[in-house]
Write a protein that binds this ligand. Structure first.
Ligand SMILES: Nc1ncnc2c1ncn2[C@@H]1O[C@H](COP(=O)(O)OP(=O)(O)OP(=O)(O)O)[C@@H](O)[C@H]1O
Ligand SMILES: [Mg+2]
Length: 112
């Protein structure tokens, strides 16, 4: 099992949500995140305004999925979150030891 973490631009959240639902993803977690990438100290646009990059607000999307589906989901996020401009976001993937559904006690793939 894999945890996909994607940091995306806030204004792309709706596009990403729709694309993930269309791809059959049935569980996501969304939270606010502040950070910077390789433009720190340079400028980046946020809501049409140019900022010197220190900590820029973005959206974190987390998806727990199977090993088999991970690559296609990453691809869906890249295509739906991208504008071709700096600050479009970053995605990383980690391996999960354990997932459990609280209601049933199911664990592993059955709990996703
Ligand atoms: N190395 C990193 N470690 C942890 N978080 C990161 C890292 N790089 C970027 N992030 C997070 O991802 C967000 C988006 O990064 P961003 O799209 O600016 O990446 P980038 O590598 O600078 O690419 P680009 O040149 O396209 O801007 C950042 O605001 C930050 O929250
Ligand atoms: Mg950047």
């Amino acid at each position: 099992m894999k945890l996909i973490t994607a940091i995306i631009q806030s204004h792309k959240l709706d596009d990403v949500k729709v694309a993930l639902a269309d791809a059959g993803v049935h569980g996501i977690t969304i939270s606010e995140a502040n950070g910077y990438g390789q433009q720190r100290g340079h400028t980046e646009f946020y809501r049409g305004v140019e900022y010197v990059v220190d900590l820029i607000p973005k959206i974190r999307v987390e998806i727990v999925t199977s090993d088999a589906e991970m690559e296609s989901i990453v691809d869906v996020i890249i295509k739906s979150a991208g504008t071709g401009h700096i600050g479009d976001g970053k995605i990383w993937v980690t391996t999960l030891d354990m997932v459990a559904r609280v209601r049933t006690g199911e664990t592993g793939i059955a709990a996703i």
